[in-house]
Design a protein around this ligand. Structure first.
Ligand SMILES: [Fe+2]
Length: 380
């Protein structure tokens, strides 16, 4: 038996203008728009405000969101929501804004501290209507049942998983991707590839999630390079937006693995881009996991377009790992943790922390703290 959850999805050029009407359809009158300064500068938040006005909704804006969103930001966001008597949330941004909107929705209706909801299925009161507008082809948070928030007291990322966090409506507008920097395009694109690979080899994968993981793999393998190469390549932007959507649907339901567990532990301590951390860890974790599911790694290589039909599964899997390394080099992603500013002295603590992350449960190969530490040393 398995379940598959997903929101209503509105995909396509100009779809960001549907945000207000989507919120009105859910019965809302006063929406809190949760976004960040970069999205405001690019003009996307204003478009959403305009769509709210056109749909007859009052709207308020909260934009104090960091790259790795914090518990105190979610608390401040929930306060603004309650003070203005809002009745819906619209997240406009990448994973940071969307995850903050989700966390604020939990606090506004369930109370307590966001730490109380860490783990799986710990939200018991219904959340307000959630409309999420993704502005990066990356996080997948607009369709997922995840919110990842930094616990500032313990300096670690908490993974909150609950079907209550699946947004009501997800809006994916590829036009929005044209304002992203080359670095952000590369970083979020490698997050998409990581979602696709980790959800495909996850022990919780199902035929329904595999369909989406495979599509995400094939599309991101083909279109990430051209999407990084040019802001104006509309086809590449659209296909990466679709890849991100597929990857989000796959990992929301199949969960992830050791790359994300370790990336969450590192992201709680360092202000690195989530996609950059994943990019460095991914080939090392793939090498470690190859033993657990060589047949799936051969399929990954085939979906990447590698000529591996005649190779045994493990050798084909090595080609998939080579593909990831070449892709990272080509698009200028970081190749080591040290070059981002990570210190080797943090490895024992980070590896311990990673073991307790919800994403580690579905990694296809059992992993000890010593093995996680060895992987981090290789990635250093
Ligand atoms: Fe991710």
């Amino acid at each position: 038996m398995y379940k598959f959850v997903m929101p209503e999805v509105i995909f396509g050029s100009g779809s960001i203008q549907q945000a207000g009407e989507s919120c009105a359809r859910l019965g809302a009158k006063r929406a809190l728009i949760v976004t960040d300064e970069g999205v405001i500068q690019a003009g996307w938040s204003e478009l959403v405000e305009k769509s709210c006005r056109q749909a007859g909704l009052s709207s308020f804006v909260f934009s104090n969101v960091s790259v790795n969103p914090k518990d105190e930001e979610a608390e401040a966001c929930a306060r603004i929501y309650l003070e203005n008597e809002c009745d819906a949330l619209i997240g406009v941004g990448g994973g940071s804004a969307i995850d903050t909107a989700k966390a604020a929705a939990i606090l506004a209706t369930n109370g307590g501290h966001i730490r109380d909801y860490e783990g799986v299925d710990r939200i018991f009161s219904p959340l307000p209507p959630l409309v999420m507008v993704s502005t990066t082809a990356g996080s997948g948070s607009e369709v997922s049942q995840f919110s990842v928030i930094v616990d500032t007291a313990q300096r670690k990322k908490m993974t909150i998983v609950s079907k209550s966090l699946v947004p009501d409506i997800a809006i994916v507008d590829p036009d929005v991707l044209a304002t992203k920097s080359q670095h952000l395009t590369a970083s979020t694109g490698l997050d998409v590839l990581t979602h696709a690979i980790e959800s495909f080899v996850s022990i919780a994968s199902t035929p329904l999630t595999d369909v989406h993981a495979k599509n995400a793999l094939a599309l991101s393998s083909r279109y990430l390079r051209p999407s990084v190469a040019s802001k104006h390549n509309k086809e590449a932007k659209e296909q990466m937006a679709m890849a991100s959507l597929h990857a989000g649907l796959a990992f929301s339901n199949a969960i992830l693995g050791a790359v994300h567990a370790m990336a969450h532990a590192i992201g709680g301590r360092y202000p690195f881009l989530h996609g950059d951390i994943n990019a460095v860890l991914l080939p090392h974790v793939m090498e470690f996991n190859l033993l657990a599911s060589p047949d799936k790694f051969k399929e990954i290589a085939l979906l990447m377009g590698e000529d591996v039909q005649s190779l045994p599964p493990a050798a084909a899997g090595e080609k998939a790992i080579d593909f990831v390394r070449r892709l990272s080099i080509d698009i200028g992603a970081p190749l080591t943790l040290a070059e981002m500013g990570f210190e080797g002295s943090a490895i024992p603590e980070i590896s311990e922390m990673a073991l307790s992350d919800a994403c580690m449960i579905t990694n296809p190969r059992d992993i000890t703290a010593e093995e996680a530490a060895a992987l981090l040393r290789k990635a250093l």
